[in-house]
Design a protein around this ligand. Structure first.
Ligand code: NAD
Length: 331
């Protein structure tokens, strides 16, 4: 078997090489993204593993794969919104994701963004640029006095709830499909609105689906407390970013920690010079001293990237040898 790997990082190369040796599989890799131009690099290979922010929604990419008899595709992510199911079906390409890798990586990042905002670190860092060390505006809040609202209590949301609970916070939650046996960790509310009204910290952990587009809109932001924080480590389009910027500028809410942002592919993993167009929201967000933006790094830990690479290659290997695996995306 031959697998071509896109978007590989320096730390992932030895993981992939070790796996290939152990499984007697031929691999080649590039740090480039998978798209209609680069897909030809995989000519002669049986399968593709990729990881990137940019979605692969261009039909031509799937067509070129099929023409070259590359019928196995794996995204090294939990989210599958970067793939086009219609084209996978049309060109008979079996695709898989990595449904669970390290929920802890994302949960810890949500916690990090929260703690940074609770202790006014973005404001502090901005002031330090001017050697301004005054205390006014830097008063913090302690987590055990606060209520955390978790939206989506799947793999990541539940671990996030556990971390906040362990620090003494009160944890409330909303999920379309509440879990049983979690009442020692959190208390479900009957609606997203109820959670938004009660939470000091609202943290998002739902997938991006068309029905979840702008789940957090202007109306919901108005329901939040004026000293509340919004944390988004899930997907950018869950939040109406223009409405969020307005809410932050007018003091409707107190801060935001954003690991994911609408149109983030314009800047994620790119230097300023590499950005062809500027993201429409980034300048206004970075000007605010109550906002932290991180370039979609919640998943990006040593542990998680190793699991992602190994699971992706294992899935492709199982698909190639047995014709199925647990992570196969249903079309
Ligand atoms: P999961 O499928 O285990 O859980 C998602 C939960 O959200 C489910 O319980 C589902 O019922 C609930 N849900 C869906 N729509 C909802 C809605 N409108 N209101 C309330 N609940 C709703 O998924 P997971 O593994 O916990 O991952 C969650 C999301 O985190 C992923 O879909 C992905 O978008 C994001 N993610 C981000 C990063 C990152 O690096 N920032 C990394 C991995 C995953």
């Amino acid at each position: 078997m031959k697998i071509f790997i896109y978007g590989i990082g320096k730390k992932e190369q030895p993981v992939a090489e070790k796996w290939a040796k152990e499984h007697k599989v031929e691999i080649a890799f590039t740090d480039q993204e998978l798209n209609t131009q680069t897909v030809v690099l995989a000519k002669g290979y049986d399968a593709i593993s990729f990881q990137q922010m940019a979605a692969v929604h261009d039909e031509k990419m799937y067509q070129i794969m099929a023409e070259n008899n590359i019928r196995l595709l794996s995204t090294r992510s939990a989210g599958i919104d970067g793939l086009n199911k219609d084209f996978l079906k049309k060109y008979q390409i079996a695709a898989c994701n990595v449904p669970v890798y390290s929920p802890r990586a994302i949960a810890e990042h949500a916690l990090t963004l929260t703690m940074m905002l609770l202790r006014q670190i973005p404001r502090l860092l901005q002031r330090e640029q001017q050697q301004d060390f005054t205390l006014d505006g830097l008063i913090g809040r302690e987590i055990h006095e606060l209520t955390v609202g978790v939206v989506g209590t799947g793999h990541i949301g539940l671990v996030t709830a556990e971390l906040f609970k362990a620090l003494g916070a009160t944890v409330i939650a909303y999920d379309k499909y509440p879990k049983n046996d979690v009442d020692t960790i959190l208390t479900y509310q009957t609606s997203l609105e109820e959670v938004a009204q009660k939470a000091d910290i609202l943290t998002l952990h739902t997938p991006y689906l068309p029905e979840n587009h702008h789940l957090i809109d202007a109306a919901l932001l108005k329901k939040m407390k004026p000293d509340a924080l919004l944390i988004n480590t899930a997907r950018g389009p869950l939040v109406d970013t223009s409405a969020l910027i307005q809410a932050l500028q007018t003091g409707e809410i107190a801060g935001a920690g954003l690991d994911t942002l609408e149109d983030e592919m314009m800047f994620v993993n790119k230097t300023k010079a590499e950005q062809e167009k500027q993201n429409p929201y980034i300048e206004e967000l970075l000007a605010l001293d109550n906002v932290v933006v991180s370039p979609h790094i919640a998943f990006y830990t040593l542990q998680a990237s190793k699991i992602l690479m190994e699971s992706s290659l294992n899935s492709l290997f199982a698909l190639y040898t047995n014709g199925s695996n647990d992570a196969l995306i249903q079309l």
